[in-house]
Design a protein around this ligand. Structure first.
Ligand code: 5GP
Length: 179
């Protein structure tokens, strides 16, 4: 880890309020869609807090599963070579899939995950991300629900880490590198 400090970017109350709004939209969508079987898939580890807060507000019958894709490791640079490190436990064939992600940067991770899950022939795949850095996108990924669009900052907190630190914070902060 380089010498740094953190500054609050999105305070706890704003995060919580936005998650409430997202949950309402998602419930409305899947009710309207008459979804027979909805499985909500959290991408570990970054989405664990968002996932927990979101699903508690989904007033729908859902299954929950998790998937781990390779991430930044201890770097702050994205990798194009995305691999599945831990696959789902259950089947998704014929089900509606909602992928819950912490943050979309270049889009490589979600693009690859979407591609892999699509081969298993789910009824549908939708994506909900808490944070989005649209200015960093290198591959297009359709994203149905975005919590907050943020500028090109390296962020931590609310599940998101810097070399495994800061995941426990209940707000989003940006990392400011020091000389
Ligand atoms: P992408 O493949 O879209 O470039 O990157 C997505 C993944 O990169 C996210 O799931 C997250 O793990 C990581 N990531 C992207 N931006 C940030 C950031 O600002 N901070 C941290 N800690 N991870 C990030």
């Amino acid at each position: 880890m380089k010498k740094h400090h953190i500054e609050i970017l999105i305070p706890r109350q704003e995060v919580q309020q936005r998650i409430g709004e997202l949950a309402k939209e998602i419930c409305h969508f899947y009710r309207h869609n008459r979804s027979p079987k909805l499985v909500v898939i959290g991408l570990l580890r970054g989405s664990f807090m968002f996932m927990a807060d979101l699903v508690r507000q989904l007033d729908l019958p859902i299954e929950i599963d998790f998937l781990t894709a390779s991430s930044y490791g201890s770097n702050t640079e994205s990798s194009r070579d995305v691999k599945i490190l831990k696959d789902l436990d259950g089947e998704i064939y014929g089900k509606d899939v909602l992928i819950v992600e912490d943050i979309i940067d270049t889009g490589f991770t979600l693009n690859k995950v979407r591609e892999i899950l699509n081969l298993r022939e789910p009824r549908s795949i939708s994506i909900c991300t808490l944070l989005d850095k649209p200015s960093r996108r290198e591959v297009e990924v359709p994203v149905e629900w975005v919590g907050f669009a943020i500028p090109d900052e390296f962020v931590v907190g609310y599940g998101i880490d810097y070399a495994q630190h800061y995941r426990h914070l209940d707000y989003i902060a940006k990392v400011v590198l020091e000389e």
